[in-house]
Design a protein around this ligand. Structure first.
Ligand SMILES: Cc1ncc(C[n+]2csc(CCOP(=O)(O)OP(=O)(O)O)c2C)c(N)n1
Ligand SMILES: [Mg+2]
Length: 312
């Protein structure tokens, strides 16, 4: 039990250290443009991605760095993408909100809120015809639940029994607006069950609970059970975007989130069990730092290729 948590802590710290590096590069000007970090939300990707096999497809959002990392995309080309380097996962053309690495089963982030839901349905439908029988997983936020396209995608997947796992990271905010101001019924699982989709509302800060729940639904989907919906209750410890000073949040709320977040919780549990969590953190930080340093030395993207892969 504790060994598994130690492995998860290492994986969550890899994401946290990556995000902290990106944040520092936003401050120093190395990274430009809009950036949304997933600091505090690391347990979701680390738990959920274990349910996916090589042929399966994952679709994330602009807050998707952690999902790319959890899917196994190496750190250096991710850092390089943020830095606008030719060695980036998209040749430096995409940037923070458009990581995409299909060779790792990571079919991309998306800055259109809820945009990945219909893509995942398409990938699952294609899998029924191309012989892969892949399952598709899509992750989006609580705010995305109010997008019509998400509702349509969920209903389509239900009607056609498609193997799509809809994961909703409920961090209680849509940009700067709290969920209580946006919906009357905060139990988002009830929207899924109203469509005939099995759903669970779980502790999104516990990688083991996320893993167990998502693996069960993935197995059912592979056996023809159709889609499922999982609401991960979590929090972001940083602003909506880098630069958001979060005047809309109280100190008490931030302190409570700091106690609830997955890394702090894992450190407490593992320290009690006798683990040296400091050693785990140090070795992960070294690994992340080495990837960042290597990416900084990579060549800049060729401006002459800016229109490659551009469809309009
Ligand atoms: C279709 C669309 N509408 C509006 C926006 C502007 N927008 C960007 S992020 C965001 C909030 C989404 O909140 P949520 O789905 O909870 O995700 P979170 O940022 O909390 O991870 C909005 C409204 C957008 N990018 N796309
Ligand atoms: Mg949200």
């Amino acid at each position: 039990m504790s060994d598994r948590l130690a492995t998860d802590l290492r994986a969550m710290w890899r994401i946290r250290a990556f995000e902290e590096k990106v944040q520092s590069w936003c401050g120093s000007g190395e990274v430009r443009g809009s950036v949304h970090l997933c600091v505090g939300q690391e347990a979701g990707p680390i738990g959920a991605c274990d349910a996916l096999g090589e042929d399966d497809a994952l679709f994330a959002t602009y807050r998707g760095h952690g999902w790319a990392i959890a899917r196994g995309v190496p750190l250096r080309p991710l850092f390089a993408e943020l830095l606008g380097r030719a060695t980036g996962v998209n040749g430096g053309r995409g940037g923070s909100a458009y990581f995409s690495a299909p060779e790792y089963g990571f079919f991309g982030e998306n800055s259109i809120v809820g945009g990945g839901a219909s893509h995942a349905v398409g990938a699952a439908l294609a899998g029924r015809h191309d012989g892969t029988d892949r399952i598709a997983m899509t992750v989006f936020g609580d705010g995305a639940m109010n997008q019509g396209a998400v509702h349509e995608a969920m209903n389509f997947a239900a009607a056609f029994d498609l193997p799509v796992l809809f994961l909703c990271e409920n961090n209680r905010y849509s940009e700067l607006t709290p969920i209580r101001d946006m919906v009357r019924n905060e139990r988002l699982t009830e929207r899924a069950t109203s469509l005939g989709i099995p759903a669970a509302r779980i502790d999104g800060n516990d990688p083991a609970e996320v893993r167990a729940t998502v693996e069960d639904y993935a197995e059912a989907a592979r056996e023809g059970g159709g889609p499922a919906f999982v609401e991960l209750i979590t929090q972001r410890l940083v602003g909506h975007y880098v630069g958001d000073v979060q005047q809309y949040r109280t100190r008490d709320e931030l302190e409570a989130d700091g106690r609830a977040e997955p890394i702090a919780r894992a450190v407490v549990a593992l320290t009690e069990a006798g683990f040296d969590t400091g050693a785990i953190e140090r070795s992960v930080r070294e690994e992340v730092e080495a990837a960042a340093t290597a990416a900084l030395e990579d060549p800049a993207a060729d401006a002459g290729k800016v229109e490659e892969h551009l469809y309009a």
